[in-house]
Design a protein around this ligand. Structure first.
Ligand code: IFM
Length: 773
């Protein structure tokens, strides 16, 4: 691990204690970390936190959710890197402001999570000996999703002359791929118009009046301001207000790009007149309403990094989630980097969605509606593969795209050739993951309207896929699912991956229950869905296959085989890779084909099955599988540690759960300065919330019922959080000896909750002693 870190987690004081993440130094080779972990956004757009001035190793990214484009037929669709609006270059007394030159006398860059504002404060000594204080502030408004605001102040210690260049740079690319046509900023294939505006505002004494000239270059428009004379110790302030609109914006109804540009210009003028402080106030208020007052989590502990870590996770989840538009979903790197091209994976349903389901159902529903709306793509994928029903793509972008996983990946260390990515072809559990998430959402929220309009259909259509996907094995008289990749992507082309078979079986079982329920309780809806999905025929098939689906069985020693061959593969000493500093180190010694033949896992596979379908497995079985698989799991995927933390909590091993939670928290926030270069790890952040609430908080929905059995790690004194349960808010307080559950709005309808194994009926508040699980 890179131990010589720049990160500082203890700069917050008083009201801002445990709200600030700081970087205490500037190192050009570590730019990627700050760009990702300090990234700003509002779900509509995400802005990588590059500096105003350019550096050689930077990655300047602005992404607008859902604006996918495909550069050429043989390329995959990706979120295009929009224009650079942050760009500003300064010349101070004739010398370019550049932190790699001269001396940095003081430096701190801080992300204030509460206010979602990034502040960089520097005292810089130019190579000519002159000294300047500079402060750079910016935010991406949560109040008006189209707005980016910047404020820069410069205070020279001597009489100085400043010149600056600032404008809009459309030369940005995705690693060399230019997604926009020259002239109008329209994406080359998807035809989305982008409109960018920036306006500058100066605060200075009359005598500091700049001369300005507007300039245009290829894909650039900017102002050169010069001859700004600043007396010693006087403050010169420049503010830059930028707006981003696209023809995909839901709420904007215009007929032409020109009209969109006019509308955007009006908004830009308005925000410029309102000013930075006013806009910031509104933005802070929006953050408070949307996130901090709505979903507070308090951890009292000896090491307050943990409090910061959960807030950091909530911050980024809000930054990356396109809550404004159900035609969009969350990318595996959020909107913070080019990694995974903005595509949506099972990361949303299994790792992120529970956060929203339990705390902000409206957002959870919008994300599930995205899957419903993308049924045409899922049908297309099924058809192309010779199946029926909805076969969701492993990676997803536009609603009707179907599969968008790239086909070729990293170089094979043995052959030197590109490795084929099989996930898009055969990692199929995504389909039952979507079904599971819809079912979980329904039972936690009680949102019957969702079920009627989307949920039943999703669950039945996905089951139709599985029923058609099964393969009959003559020898064993059973249905199998062969040639797949399970969650453990280090095992390709396996037969009967336990996770895939069990969740497919579960999916079909739920579909049978729902068809039956619809027939009896909702005949009109049954009729409607029957016309769409041919329920009668589907049900016959479901009932026929259900008990014939092969479910790998737990062995005598308690171990559930991950697939047909895993347990027969070679066992090698993995300690070198278990103790690795950076993930994926095994690929310096073996290629994927060789890894396939070794008992080694990338991430939770059997273990995540035992988390999702927990009722099917006893505590002893879970323990036996933990003991078998965890030592063989490298946690090379960021999705792995948090799942293991929740399971360690379930198994009553609080200290192990805590150390895994810490490791998960440190994937982005920790001292390793290279882990986040391609963007922050979206699923891991959702997983951190689950480790806290589902793990230490012991919250679980099983068979439609609520269970809460908190079990805090030694390092924590108290944990408080709130969840939504069937439309009401429950506040939960837990310490080492007491749990208090309060219904925020007491109701005459008693609420039943299982607390430490006992069913309790609660009217307003319930207090329990902590029991060991
Ligand atoms: O979805 C994950 C997968 O499980 C492991 N590789 C990275 C993907 C995106 O996060």
């Amino acid at each position: 691990m890179v131990t010589n870190t720049l990160m500082n987690y203890t700069t917050g004081r008083e009201d801002l204690q445990h709200w600030l993440v700081s970087e205490d130094g500037f190192r050009p080779e570590w730019l990627g970390k700050g760009e990702s972990v300090f990234s700003l956004g509002n779900g509509y757009m995400g802005l990588r936190s590059v500096t105003e001035e350019h550096y050689a190793n930077e990655t300047r990214n602005l992404f607008v959710a859902g604006t996918f484009n495909k550069f050429a037929e043989n390329e995959v669709t990706e979120l295009p890197n929009a224009a650079d609006l942050l760009w500003m270059e300064f010349k101070l007394d004739g010398v370019r402001f550049d932190l790699t030159q001269g001396n940095i006398l003081s430096y701190r860059r801080t992300l204030n999570l509460k206010e979602a504002e990034l502040v960089r404060k520097i005292t810089w000594q130019s190579p000519n000996g002159n000294v300047y204080d500079l402060t750079f502030r910016r935010f991406v408004s949560m109040d008006n999703l189209h707005v980016i605001a910047q404020r820069v102040t410069i205070t020279p210690k001597q009489n100085s002359v400043l010149s600056l260049t600032s404008g809009i740079n459309g030369q940005t690319t995705n690693s060399g791929v230019q997604h926009f046509l020259e002239g109008n900023k329209t994406t080359t294939e998807s035809g989305i118009d982008f409109v960018f505006h920036s306006v500058h505002r100066f605060y200075r004494r009359e005598s500091m009046n700049p001369t300005s000239i507007i300039k245009m270059d290829r894909r650039q428009i900017f102002f050169d301001y010069s001859d700004i004379e600043i007396p010693a110790n006087e403050v010169f302030t420049i503010e830059k207000y930028s707006t981003v609109f696209t023809s995909r914006d839901h709420e904007v109804t215009v007929d032409s790009t020109e009209e969109l540009a006019d509308l955007a210009l009006d908004v830009t003028r308005k925000i410029e007149s309102e000013g930075y402080d006013y806009l910031l106030d509104r933005h802070v208020q929006a953050w408070d309403e949307l996130v901090w007052s709505r979903t507070p989590i308090t951890i009292k502990s000896k090491d307050m990094f943990d409090q910061l870590a959960i807030r950091f996770a909530q911050y980024h989840l809000a930054v990356m989630t396109p809550k404004h538009d159900n035609r969009m979903n969350i990318g595996a790197k959020g909107l913070s980097g080019e990694g995974y091209k903005g595509h949506t994976f099972w990361d949303t349903e299994i790792f992120i969605l529970p956060y929203y389901t339990y705390t902000n159902p409206t957002i959870a529903r919008s994300l599930l509606e995205y899957r419903y709306l993308s049924l045409p793509g899922a049908h297309r994928k099924a058809k192309e593969n010779g199946y029926e029903g909805a076969m969701f793509p492993w990676e997803s972008a536009w609603l009707d795209d179907g599969e968008v996983t790239p086909i070729w990946g990293a170089a094979d260390i043995v052959t030197g050739e590109a490795t084929k990515i099989w996930s898009g072809f055969i990692e199929q559990h995504i389909t039952s993951d979507v079904a599971f998430a819809a079912w979980q959402y329904y039972h936690v929220t009680g949102d019957q309207e969702f079920m009627d309009n989307y949920g039943y259909e999703l669950l039945i259509d996905t089951a139709k896929f599985w029923a058609s996907r099964l393969e009959w094995n003559e020898t064993y008289d059973r249905y199998e699912i062969n040639q797949v990749v399970g969650p453990d992507e280090y095992k390709e082309h396996v037969n009967n991956n336990a996770f895939t078979n069990y969740t497919a079986h579960w999916n079909i079982q739920k579909a049978i229950e729902y068809v039956e329920l619809l027939r009896i309780e909702k005949p009109n809806l049954f009729q409607q869905l029957n016309e769409k999905l041919d329920l009668e025929t589907a049900e016959t098939r479901f009932r026929h296959v259900l008990d014939l689906i092969y479910l790998p069985q737990v062995r005598e020693d308690g171990v559930l085989p991950q697939d047909d061959t895993y347990l027969q593969k070679q066992i090698i000493d993995l300690s070198k890779y278990k103790n690795q500093e950076n993930v994926g180190s095994m690929f310096y010694d073996y290629n994927l084909e060789q890894v396939n033949e070794i008992q080694v896992s990338k991430q939770a596979d059997v273990m995540i099955l035992m988390y999702l379908l927990e009722d099917l497995f006893s505590a002893d079985v879970k323990r036996a599988n933990w003991e078998y698989y965890e030592p063989k799991t490298l946690h090379d995927s960021s999705l792995s540690l948090s799942t293991h933390s929740v399971l360690a909590s379930d198994l009553g091993n609080r200290e192990l759960a805590y150390s895994l939670f810490r490791r998960a928290s440190e994937i982005d926030l920790g001292p390793n300065m290279k882990t986040s270069d391609a963007g922050i790890h979206a699923a891991s952040l959702g997983g951190i919330w689950q480790a806290v609430v589902n793990g230490f908080g012991g919250v679980r929905m099983t068979s439609g019922n609520l269970r809460i059995s908190p079990m805090l790690p030694e390092a924590w004194d108290e944990l408080t959080f709130s969840i939504n349960w069937k439309g009401e808010t429950l506040d939960i307080y837990a310490s080492h000896d007491k749990v208090v559950l309060t219904r925020r709005a007491p109701s005459t309808e008693p609420l039943t909750v299982e607390i430490y194994g006992e069913k309790q009926t609660i009217t307003d508040t319930f207090t329990s002693e902590v029991l060991s699980v």
